[in-house]
Design a binder for this molecule. Structure first.
Ligand code: UDP
Length: 399
């Protein structure tokens, strides 16, 4: 983690860094607030940790606030999340009441006036807009895979979204035809200077992993993800059973719980039940950025067998480390994994296993795809590009 954009010069070049400062100059002193519902766990918190610091560094007074909620609230919003990714939902009056009341309570204690722009992330804080007199642009940033949202829920949420001035999504396919709002496409990004993504020498990687029971005595494949059904950890285990028949290797599943995700524990327990007694599968439930970094570096292949995926920062992170990725052909993943060039896109367990075996058997292919992955991320998915996108957006909205 760094506080200054200048530190990125060694990676993206001084010219781009100077351009960003220059572009941001007209926003000097403007006050912007990001609001989401968790400080750690998951991609949104990951992005905001770096983005908010860098926005401050370029002169935009940028705050980050959390919507506080009880278990009931997060149970409802997790259902909303699942339903926006296509699942059925019983949209009861009770659920709506819990959702709205929590937002109303937060609006009383937030005191977010006066600001120059407000950026709301995901559905949890979406109804906040109902409880303020709007004196500045409000932007809704949705990180979820909106390729086929449940219509009942979408129609309900639309009443709030319609009050916003603009909507940001990660890719064109997430635009909804029935929402007549200015859309901005801003793909997510990673920060190459954090503990999660900075360079680590092999000897340190090896030592650190061994503390968690991961020895590099066999090829390693891994998936790093919240324990979430959309990440399909059980599907990864099934693919591993097939892979093991051809290549002696081990599987590491690293995950942790996000405070706004009540389903994590259920999925974790189900997974533990499934892998019991299998010494080649290591499940680690621990939040540790350096560990994520080491694992993604040490893996011969990183898997991200998602069934739905807003974008998939874990894919970006692995590609950045030069590790080829075998990932579900869903959501934002095809923006990152170019099939056959820096990894493979797969549609089922069998394909996942076959592609992984192919990579495990061919070190040169892994090297070639890994190098291509690093280049793709450098060009498209680093925090510097993300910052520039926000600067352009805010300048456009504050005219
Ligand atoms: N993550 C982590 N530890 C874990 C699991 C996930 O630090 O045990 C991080 C992961 O490295 C990535 C983010 O959480 O930065 C997940 O973002 P992604 O977009 O892949 O998925 P999301 O969780 O937002 O659906």
């Amino acid at each position: 983690m760094t506080l200054s954009l200048k530190d990125y010069s060694s990676i993206v070049g001084e010219k781009l860094v100077d351009e960003i400062y220059e572009e941001a100059a007209p926003l000097e002193g403007k006050h912007v607030e990001h609001i989401n519902s968790t400080f750690y766990g998951g991609g949104v918190a990951e992005i905001l940790s770096s983005l908010t610091l860098l926005m401050n560094d370029v002169g935009i007074k940028t705050g980050w606030r959390l919507l506080k909620g009880h278990q009931d609230f997060f149970n409802v919003t997790k259902k909303f999340h699942n339903s926006l990714q296509g699942e059925d939902i019983i949209l009861s009056e009770d659920k709506k009441k819990i959702y709205i009341e929590c937002n109303e309570i937060n609006s009383i204690i937030m005191h977010i006036h006066p600001l120059d722009a407000i950026i709301i992330h995901d559905p949890q804080p979406l109804p906040l807009i109902n409880f303020y007199k709007k004196t500045q642009p409000w932007i809704w940033r949705c990180h979820i895979d909106l390729s086929s949202p449940n219509k009942i829920l979408w129609n309900y949420l639309k009443q709030f979204i319609e009050k916003y001035d603009a909507v940001i999504v990660s890719m064109d396919q997430y635009k909804q035809k029935d929402l007549n709002k200015p859309y901005h496409i801003i793909p997510p990004s990673i920060d190459p200077l954090t503990a999660k993504n900075k360079f680590i020498p092999d000897s340190v990687v090896k030592r650190y992993l061994s503390k968690f029971g991961v020895d590099l005595d066999k090829p390693v494949i891994s998936q790093v993800s919240r324990f979430d059904k959309w990440k399909d950890p059980l599907g990864v285990v099934k693919a591993f059973d097939i892979i093991k028949k051809q290549v002696d290797c081990k599987l590491v599943l690293l995950g942790s719980m996000a405070s706004d995700d009540p389903e994590g524990e259920i999925i974790y327990n189900r997974l533990m039940e499934k892998v019991k007694g299998n010494n080649d599968i290591i499940v680690i439930n621990y939040a540790d950025d350096f560990l994520v970094n080491c694992l993604q570096r040490a893996s011969d292949v990183v898997i991200q067998k998602s069934l739905k995926e807003g974008f998939g920062l874990t894919v970006t992170e692995a590609l950045w480390k030069g590790t080829p990725v075998v990932a579900g052909n869903v959501g934002g993943i095809p923006l990152q994994v170019i099939d056959g060039k820096n990894g493979y896109l797969v549609n089922n367990i069998r394909e996942c296993a076959d592609r992984t075996i192919k990579l495990l058997k061919d070190p040169r292919l892994r090297e070639e795809l890994g190098t291509a992955g690093m280049g793709h991320v450098k060009k498209n998915f680093l925090i510097t590009r993300h910052l520039m996108d926000y600067i352009h957006l805010l300048k456009g909205m504050m005219k």
